[in-house]
Design a protein. Structure first.
Length: 360
């Protein structure tokens, strides 16, 4: 486990990176479709729900401080049901990985490599991520920790150059359609905070697991601030036309002009940095899938299973025949994620409490 001990700040970086791997590109469109200019309120409501779900996972993990979701789920409900749930979690993380590389390849093919076969882009991304996964969680977290300020700086530059184009009246009127769309959008955004699934596995690997509650508050707090700024800037520039763009944030970077012409084609710089963020999300989900499967198989390390998972991820990523069809994977991902990250931990915590099961 020497290569899998990470700091609290590294967990925060992982959490934010996983959440925003690919969803930041279309986040404003989804929010506008659900709640119009009140999308920032949906984001707030969704993050509050996500904090609640994360704390259920934390309370469950605190009963088994030396175990991961794989071990304590089988101890609470038995080997058969516990293994079935864990296999569902492995499939979920595999599904997320497949969707990420497909979206990643679609975006790069559209904006950067129009003549490159999409299979080549996906394969290179997948192999690179699996190579990093083999080295363990700590080197991967350290790499993301170094790149995280660069990602934030790039987003900050896009926001800064968008300020002259902002029209904050696009955020009005507030609650014009009532609370219904805000609540509906908030529930959807709660499911989009898929990075909280980290807490099913990483808590035993933290150098200071007693600070995990603070990590949740800070991680989701920073993430909310990041996402709400991106939403306000995007709708401030495009208004309700934001929902007309498949990836409005990338269009925002393409639309903007740097004063003085110091930097041309800002969208290319933005896409390069976004590739880094998407890679981070892919690596973490691959790691979670490999680690959970390795522990199910009784292996002490995850690296023997890194490359055997590659064909499965690659095959699933090839299934959608268009960008729109990729949304079908996202729908299945949301449904399975709701069961694994929201329903299952609450049930396990309740059963463990009733039966008095804990690791002391």
């Amino acid at each position: 486990m020497e290569n899998d001990r990470i700091t609290s700040w590294q967990v925060i970086v992982l959490l934010i990176s996983v959440i925003n791997g690919t969803r930041l590109l279309d986040l404003p469109r989804i929010l506008v479709q659900d709640a119009g200019p009140d999308g920032w309120l949906s984001l707030f409501f969704g993050h509050i729900l996500a904090v609640g779900a994360a704390f259920v996972m934390i309370k469950l993990a605190q009963r088994f401080p030396r175990l991961t979701f794989v071990e304590y789920s089988r101890r609470i409900i038995g080997p058969f049901l516990g293994t079935t749930i864990c296999l569902g979690a492995v499939f979920l993380w595999t599904l997320i990985s497949a969707r990420i590389i497909r979206v990643f390849a679609d975006v790069l093919k559209l904006f950067v490599f129009p003549r490159t076969p999409i299979e080549v882009i996906m394969l290179m991304m997948l192999l690179l991520s699996l190579y990093v996964v083999r080295n363990g969680l700590e080197p991967m977290a350290r790499t993301m920790e170094i790149l995280f300020p660069v990602i934030i700086l790039t987003i900050g530059l896009v926001v800064l150059f968008a300020v002259p184009e902002l029209d904050l009246t696009n955020l009005q009127p507030v609650l014009a359609k009532g609370l219904g769309p805000v609540i509906k959008g908030g529930m959807r955004q709660a499911l989009e905070q898929r990075g909280i699934k980290l807490f099913l596995l990483v808590i035993p690997f933290m150098l200071a697991p007693q600070r995990v509650g603070t990590v949740v508050f800070l991680g989701l707090g920073i993430n909310y601030f990041l996402q709400v700024i991106v939403f306000i800037v995007t709708i401030g520039v495009f208004g309700l036309h934001t929902e007309d763009f498949l990836w409005p944030v990338s269009m925002l970077a393409k639309f903007l002009a740097v004063p003085g012409g110091i930097v041309e084609h800002l969208e290319i710089i933005f896409m390069i940095i976004w590739v880094t963020a998407a890679s981070a999300s892919l690596m973490v989900n691959n790691y979670l899938a490999c680690t959970a499967l390795a522990r199910l198989a009784g292996l002490s390390k995850q690296y023997p299973l890194a490359f055997p998972l590659a064909p499965i991820i690659f095959f699933i990523a090839l299934l959608p025949d268009s960008i729109v069809a990729t949304e079908s994977i996202l729908l299945l991902e949301r449904m399975l994620g709701f069961v694994i990250a929201w329903i299952t931990p609450a049930l396990l915590l309740f059963i463990a409490w009733i039966r008095g099961v804990k690791d002391v």
